[in-house]
Design a protein around this ligand. Structure first.
Ligand code: SAM
Length: 415
């Protein structure tokens, strides 16, 4: 019972909804904090949370998912470039990345703007996260290979210096982003009441329940300029805020504009204009001098060289191959080895979950598959598998919930 109460305190503090992310995930964070505080009993830990002003922050740091990487999904970045082209050169464009985790998202925006010769006087980039350790890492801006997972890695040679397995971002990019450590759900959250033309709010809402999502949407509404744009994550929708925002490029997309300041014909016009721009862009993809996040016209051999030098090791692929051959013990042991070094690999948790399911350990399967989607809300295979497990155990509501999420991810992948 006390664990449920601790989970409620966590929700009050940061919005995280335990049933959505899985109680197992919350429980293991509680266990780690109890060990660190030398407490063996969860009731005592609940008392500590209530009496200590800092312990809830420690628990938040333990439970958050800092999972992110440079140029996570390309379309939003392409869209920003189009947006800059559309605006008069005299207009300053304020951009917000919220939550920014360890900085990869706002730094990607900065690299893209610098790469396309957009002068720094034309924009500002603010970035916010609740976790002090994330903001500290973002300010230091030294990354490991895990942060480089996009298909196009040509930016690495240009903006990073490699030393002892660490990739340090150059200072001309670092200085373009202002980081702030804030809880977006705090009433005091304001950032000097600046308002933004572009807000990236990706992979946060997915961990909130409906009420907290509503609070967050009204906050985003206040922060966004009347003609600004809001970018959500792949698996997120405005379903609890469709009175405030409309999809900018049709329902399969995750880029939105405000509805309150657009009358119907204007909203439609915006939609059409944006669609036209994207179509035009995809037709011109291979033409020269089209500003794109790291234009496809640059040398491929260089790309391959970089990809090779930093792509993750093949231990997990070995685990998948063993599983496919039916060697489940071998696959599990390879997977465990991989997980001991890569605690945030959604793919590895997915594989462990599937192996547990095959071995008949349904609870473990659910636990690991839930971890997989906690780490990566777009892990389609894990969502589908969870929906099957829910169906098998007669939990039709959950089965439909996972199926719908999987469907949304699928649609957006093909959009
Ligand atoms: C999965 S990361 C998303 C990073 C990035 N937007 C992306 O999509 O790659 C989620 C981040 O949300 C942050 N976070 C969770 N609750 C928050 C809150 N209430 N206020 C600010 N940041 C929060 C966590 O610290 C974590 O770094």
């Amino acid at each position: 019972m006390s664990r449920e109460l601790i989970a409620e305190k966590l929700k009050d503090a940061m919005g995280l909804h335990a049933p959505t992310v899985g109680m197992v995930t919350v429980s293991s964070a509680i266990d780690r904090r109890m060990r660190a505080c030398n407490i063996t009993n969860s009731e005592k830990y609940l008392s500590l949370i209530i009496t200590s002003p800092t312990e809830i922050d420690e628990l938040i740091e333990e439970v958050i998912i800092p999972e992110t990487w440079f140029f996570r999904e390309n379309q939003p970045y392409e869209y920003i470039l189009n947006y800059f082209q559309e605006q008069p050169p005299s207009k300053k464009i304020n951009i917000l990345s919220i939550p920014c985790s360890t900085g990869e998202e706002p730094y990607s925006i900065a690299m893209m703007l610098v790469d396309n010769d957009i002068h720094k006087s034309r924009y500002s980039i603010d970035a916010v996260d609740i976790a002090v350790k994330n903001i500290d890492k973002a300010n230091i801006a030294q990354y490991r290979k895990n942060s480089f997972r996009s298909n196009d890695l040509r930016f690495v040679d240009k903006y990073f210096k490699k030393n002892n397995g660490l990739f340090s971002l150059t200072s001309d990019i670092k200085e373009k982003v202002n980081f702030h450590c804030e809880n977006v759900l705090n009433d005091t959250f304001s950032l000097e009441c600046k308002s933004y033309d572009i807000i990236f709010c990706r992979n946060l809402l997915i961990y909130f329940d409906e009420d907290t999502q509503s609070t967050m949407f009204s906050r985003l509404d206040k922060l966004l300029q009347p003609e600004g744009m809001l970018v959500l994550g792949h698996a997120e929708t405005i379903q609890h805020a469709n009175d405030r925002f409309v999809s900018a490029v049709g329902s399969k997309f995750y880029i939105y504009v405000k509805s309150s300041n657009l009358d119907k014909p204007l909203a439609e016009e915006h939609k059409k204009r944006t669609t036209d721009l994207l179509i035009q862009n995809s037709r011109q993809e291979h033409k020269k001098n089209i500003p794109r996040p790291f234009s496809a016209s640059r040398e491929t051999d260089k790309k391959e060289r970089i990809v090779k030098s930093i792509s993750p090791d093949g231990q997990l692929d070995v685990a998948f191959r063993l599983a496919n051959k039916g060697d489940l013990d071998g696959a599990m042991s390879a997977c465990n080895n991989y997980l001991s070094e890569n605690r945030s690999s959604s793919r590895a948790y997915y594989l462990s979950g599937v192996i547990y399911d095959t071995q008949g350990s349904t609870d473990k399967a659910n636990e690991f598959l839930n971890k997989a989607i906690y780490l990566d809300p777009n892990n389609l295979e894990a969502l589908i598998h969870l929906s099957l497990l829910a169906e098998q155990s007669g939990n039709h509501d959950d089965a439909i919930k996972y199926k719908n999420r999987a469907q949304r991810v699928k649609e957006r992948r093909t959009a």
